[in-house]
Design a protein around this ligand. Structure first.
Ligand SMILES: *[C@@H]1O[C@H](CO)[C@@H](O)[C@H](O)[C@H]1NC(C)=O
Length: 380
């Protein structure tokens, strides 16, 4: 009576064995290594119908890194010379005709702290300013961060928010100058980064001032720029030009820079530097050299027949803006029908015999003016 059900159970059992999806596990399930060490995970397939394919993947389906090798038969995954970036999950996926299954291994890579400061040193600040320096530390296990001053064992009380530990002063004092150290520490090591903090403008430090921040000079003239400095001991004053040597026709005496016969190329920024043992201070004078216009006519002489058109261009170089004005020599006004333009052109569409003569162009800017002439001959 019990014979029939027994056969049914047996046959369903045989059937399920032959079409069974693989059963996988990984060994070890998790591992913790130090940076530089190697580690292997083995993927074990317990049951399942052959053939079975084995594949290793990163948990996020990213490609395996170049230091991750897959061993013989695809069952062993080895992380060679591990790096912090190898941390994460690795999944062994086994598949056959009946389906697929997977098991995951977790790798932890420990490493000594890496410490970074913002800003990087050296840091120059002026007395009385607020100052803050951020320290970031990465590492596994998560590093403990502390700030101290070189030559002192005392730790500063600082705040750590989102792995950023900030040392700050609402108002900086001269005696705060010095070397500060941010330290990151975990079981793998201790990393220190130093920053030199220089507080300027303390007692005796130089403060330079120039007599004027902007100077306009006319080409060919002599220019004097003066600079004074307070500080103790008395600062030494030097002058230089931004991104260029000083013009060769220069002298410096008692903080006064004298440039003789300046040219347009001497325009630029001049820097006064006052230096003593406490530091230095810079002050700037911007100089522009302006030149009067120099005008010419193109052409300087024209021969035309009646009814021809006249076109003359007045050209000028010098500091801009330049205004042009045309007139006729010995006559109160230009002939009727003459046209002029803002860029210095004179135009007469149909010239007449009576229009012959000399025309004058005057070019003017705020430094001076210059004139040029054109002779117009009209012959039938
Ligand atoms: C001013 O002098 C200081 C100290 O000698 C120097 O470090 C700095 O570069 C100088 N600045 C200029 C613009 O020459």
């Amino acid at each position: 009576m019990d014979f029939l059900p027994a056969i049914l159970i047996l046959s369903s059992l045989l059937c399920s064995v032959s079409s069974q999806a693989p059963v996988v596990s990984v060994e070890p399930r998790s591992a913790t290594v130090r940076q530089g060490e190697s580690v292997s995970f083995r993927c074990q397939v317990g049951r399942g119908a052959q053939p079975i394919q084995i594949e290793w993947k990163r948990a996020n389906n990213q490609a395996l890194q170049d230091n991750v090798k897959i061993g013989p038969g695809g069952t062993v995954l080895t992380v060679v010379n591990s790096r912090p970036g190898n941390q994460g999950s690795y999944r062994c996926v086994a598949s056959n005709s009946a389906g697929r299954s997977s098991a995951t291994a977790v790798l932890n890579v420990k490493y000594a702290p890496k410490v970074r400061l913002t800003p990087a040193g050296p840091m120059r600040v002026r007395i009385g300013e607020p100052v803050s320096i951020e320290c970031r530390a990465a590492g596994r296990p998560r590093p403990k961060m502390t700030w101290k001053r070189q030559g002192s064992t005392l730790q500063y009380v600082t705040q750590e928010i989102n792995d950023v530990n900030t040392i700050q002063w609402a108002v900086i004092h001269p005696e705060d100058s010095g070397v500060y150290i941010c330290q990151g520490e975990n079981t793998e090591g201790v990393t220190e980064v130093k920053i030199d903090l220089i507080v300027e403008g303390g007692l005796g430090a130089p403060v330079a001032t120039v007599s004027s921040e902007e100077v306009t000079a006319v080409e060919g003239h002599t220019v004097k720029m003066s600079c004074a400095a307070t500080g103790s001991p008395t600062p030494v004053i030097t002058w230089s030009k931004l991104r260029a040597p000083l013009p060769w026709k220069h002298t410096v005496a008692g903080g006064v820079l004298t440039l003789t016969s300046v040219g347009r190329q001497d325009s630029g920024q001049y820097i006064c530097n006052a230096t003593n043992i406490h530091g230095y201070s810079e002050a700037y004078t911007q100089m522009e050299v302006e030149s009067p216009p120099y005008a010419t006519c193109l052409p300087e002489q024209v021969k035309l027949q009646p009814r021809d058109s006249l076109q003359v261009q007045c050209l000028a170089h010098g500091s801009h803006p330049i205004r042009f004005e045309w007139s006729r020599v010995g006559r109160p006004s230009l002939p009727a029908g003459a046209e002029t333009s803002a860029d210095g052109r004179l135009f007469i569409a149909h010239i007449k015999q009576g229009d012959a003569g000399t025309y004058k162009c005057v070019a003017t800017n705020h430094v001076g003016s210059s004139e040029a002439q054109v002779k117009v001959v009209v012959k039938a």
